[in-house]
Design a protein around this ligand. Sequence first.
Ligand code: BES
Ligand code: MN
Ligand code: MN
Length: 465
Amino acid sequence: MTDLNAVLAAADSDFDNSLERLFTLVRIPSISTDPAYNDDCDKAARAVVDDLNALGFKAQARKTPGRPMVVAHYTPKDAADDVPHLLFYGHYDVQPADPLELWKTPPFEPTLKKDADGVERIYGRGTGDDKGQFMTFVEAARAWIKTSGSLPIKATFLIEGEEESGSPSLVPFLKAHVDELSCDAAFVCDTSMWDAKTPAITTRLRGLVHEEVTITGPRIDLHSGMYGGPAMNPIRVLSKVIAALHDKTGKVTIPGFYDGVADLPKSTKKQWQSLKFSEAKFLKEVGLKEPAGERGKSVLEQIWARPTAEVNGIWGGYQGVGTKTVIPSKAHAKFTFRLVGKQNPQKVLKAFQKFVKGLVPKDCKVEFSGRGGGSPATEIPEDNPFIAKSAKALKDEFRRDAVLMGSGGSIPICRSFKDILGMDSVLVGFGLNDDAIHSPNEKYNLSSFQRGIRSWVRIMDELGK
Ligand code: BES
Ligand code: MN
Ligand code: MN
């Protein structure tokens, strides 16, 4: 039997090298949504594969119609027949770094900085989402193998490269490799802690569906003096659509939108109240003062248990320097809907399209060009034995109980793990609310990285018992 403390000590003593390996990965701009970075995605996949092979995994970068999928298997030496087989999921792709001018250090030059508050943070695109997070698995595996010559469990690592662009290749890939990828459970490192001192296991994720709307008015851009008045302006129409999406209590007005949304059970409401979440502090950190979601629902409920309709971008008309007297031909906007409970992504899309069509006058045309798809919300049963084992390991590391929490974000793969491979997901992550993921100056706390690695060392130990 290898002493757990020896593995933890090995992880700590190699930590500077762990950091260097994370830096190497962050330097590769593996932006999956932009084809200009396809080679970088290949490069990042290759780097992960080489690293895992060097550790004794059988790792490959597998071809898909999109970015490569890293699949790596590890069978422990002299493994008992009943040793559990677990899947570890993360993503090596990252969001675009724009707007570049707002970064204080270059996004793809990872920088370790001790900030004015004395906290050390690793800055760079992908540090918090998800390279720093999934490298905690890799480094924990390294510490185990280095110390004991093996892992205490059978492991499959699945590190995808399209998470930030909707994982289009993942579902077909899972379907084509059911036998290879079905494990006893999936562990996902892509979520947050409760706060910097308190670990968490996320058991609810919202679903997500996208749409893009283009309204066309006149055939061409028009002189706003020659045509202003009689000509319908498509930006005016689109603005009306956007303004009509919510009523004054913050509720979404699309008919049928709330089908499948249940009220929160009293017991859950109580449990969340006991978390003593400071709404004011949460909003203040991002420069806000008052919750804008459904009136009468707490902020945690608004994020964890209620759906939303958001406009993510809007453009059209003249945006250059100076003025231009024009009535544009077209106006565009991108929308997303976060889903909860049993809301059906396709039904929500249809309801939205109908709602928009009802607001478009005769002289305008509307086109929908979202890429479809979408994923429903996920709820993971809290009595799952793997959750109990993880909670124990996290408590041993942090000396505090792990909070069972929800998340407003979406990790669509968790639903597919359940529906296609029949496994539940255990979501343990070490991100923090102020990590600025998807934003300029994304970071991962040095302590998140180090204690994340130590936590997985412990979780692997618990799983192997
Ligand atoms: N890691 C995030 C999801 C997340 C963020 C979970 C914060 C918990 C806390 C993931 O990479 C992500 O950004 N997902 C996207 C969905 C995807 C389909 C683009 C999201 O939630 O917008
Ligand atoms: Mn992520
Ligand atoms: Mn993300």
